[in-house]
Write a protein that binds this ligand. Structure first.
Ligand SMILES: NC(=O)C1=CN([C@@H]2O[C@H](COP(=O)(O)OP(=O)(O)OC[C@H]3O[C@@H](n4cnc5c(N)ncnc54)[C@H](O)[C@@H]3O)[C@@H](O)[C@H]2O)C=CC1
Ligand SMILES: O=C(O)C(=O)Cc1ccc(O)cc1
Length: 317
């Protein structure tokens, strides 16, 4: 299929994800009109300088007027505020979706505001980088990545198919799951890695016996990989931590238990245990490569979904 899918698309939030969407919508001619809205006037001006849309407003309600598709791309903690602003201005029959990294909390914030005559379909593209803002986006971001929908009971099948077609034309593959499962999967494959990265870089930064110049000068590539994740947007990740609290705490508890067991093996010189553990984790990496997921920016989503055994794997005693 070619040609516009929607007459007017409104993008609320024009950072990494919103601006990547603007770029791919333009390139693939997915809309007749792209309306852009964001809270900060300076960011909106930058989006206009970059020519990302056809109309610009700091008033989200103004931007969504007559829109057939509204995509909310703001930090998850701001979802409710945006939903309240846009609700009275939504067109009957419009599809409203989001791209938030957590789903239960976003649904809880947005759904109560949605009028009965619009289709709210929560979504999450498993694609991103550590960068943020309208300059950071690029049209290929969603190419060969998963986009997960967590539809509410009774979601209109035609609206879901139309939104799926939109994301396919952005380059993504579609998967559907319930919001609880989404939040659990993402806690281990995305949220925990970021928290671990923030923590290890923080620990290094606190070390008094090692100067900051030494951390920079001698940083091995393993540490550098962590610094990339730890450079991710603080507002976005504060919100993810606060809005997927239960699943993150559950995964952190398991992680801490496993870390303590590793610590014990090191303390007691249990080389066999260390070797077995490192052999098992090496196999996970191999299966990622075999699944064709060995790409520059770590891909965390597809692997866990296609190979749920990665999640289910229990430590060998
Ligand atoms: N950065 C990433 O790698 C990924 C992020 N996500 C999700 O996408 C969403 C957006 O993330 P990014 O684009 O990376 O963030 P960003 O920081 O690059 O952009 C956020 C945008 O939201 C705007 N904004 C913030 N509060 C607002 C409000 N109350 N009303 C209107 N606009 C507001 C900001 O001005 C900015 O334009 C988040 O929910 C995040 O969890 C999803 C997949 C990947
Ligand atoms: O930069 C990376 O490695 C990421 O993991 C990007 C990312 C961050 C959050 C998401 O919800 C999805 C993708």
């Amino acid at each position: 299929m070619s040609g516009p899918i929607f007459e007017k698309i409104a993008l609320v939030g024009i950072g990494l994800i919103g601006s990547s969407l603007a770029r791919v919508i333009r390139r693939e001619k997915l809309a007749g009109h792209i309306a852009i809205s964001t809270r900060s006037a300076a960011t909106l001006d930058r989006a206009e300088e970059l020519g990302l849309g056809d109309s610009y407003s700091t008033d989200a309600a103004e931007a969504v007027k007559d829109a057939d598709l509204v995509i909310i791309s703001v930090p998850v903690g701001s979802s409710g505020e945006v939903a309240a602003q846009i609700a009275p201005a939504l067109k009957a029959g419009a599809i409203v979706t989001d791209v938030g990294s957590t789903k239960r909390s976003v649904i809880a914030q947005i759904e109560p505001h949605m009028p009965a005559n619009v289709h709210f379909i929560p979504g999450h593209p498993l694609a991103g980088t550590e960068k943020s803002g309208p300059d950071a986006g690029f049209a290929d971001l969603f190419e060969n990545r998963w986009c997960i929908f967590t539809p509410l009971p009774g979601t209109d099948a035609a609206a879901l198919e139309k939104l799926s077609e939109f994301w396919r034309r952005c380059g993504s593959d579609i998967d559907t799951m319930d919001p609880e499962h989404h939040d659990m999967v993402l806690a281990i494959v995305s949220h925990l890695p970021h928290i671990i990265a923030y923590n290890i870089v923080g620990t290094a930064d606190d070390l008094e016996a090692v100067t900051k110049t030494e951390v920079i000068k001698y940083s091995a590539s393993g540490f550098r990989d962590f610094t990339r994740l730890a450079a991710s947007d603080p507002t976005m990740w504060r919100d993810v931590c606060l809005h997927n609290k239960d699943a993150i705490l559950e995964m952190l508890a398991r992680f801490s238990e496993d870390l303590a067991s590793l610590q014990r093996a090191i303390r007691w010189g249990d080389g066999e245990k260390l070797f077995d553990m490192f052999t098992r984790t090496r196999a996970v990496r191999r299966s990622i490569i075999e699944a064709g997921q060995d790409i520059d920016v770590p891909d965390f989503g597809r692997q866990a979904i296609e190979h749920p055994d990665v999640l289910a794997a229990q430590p060998k005693s």
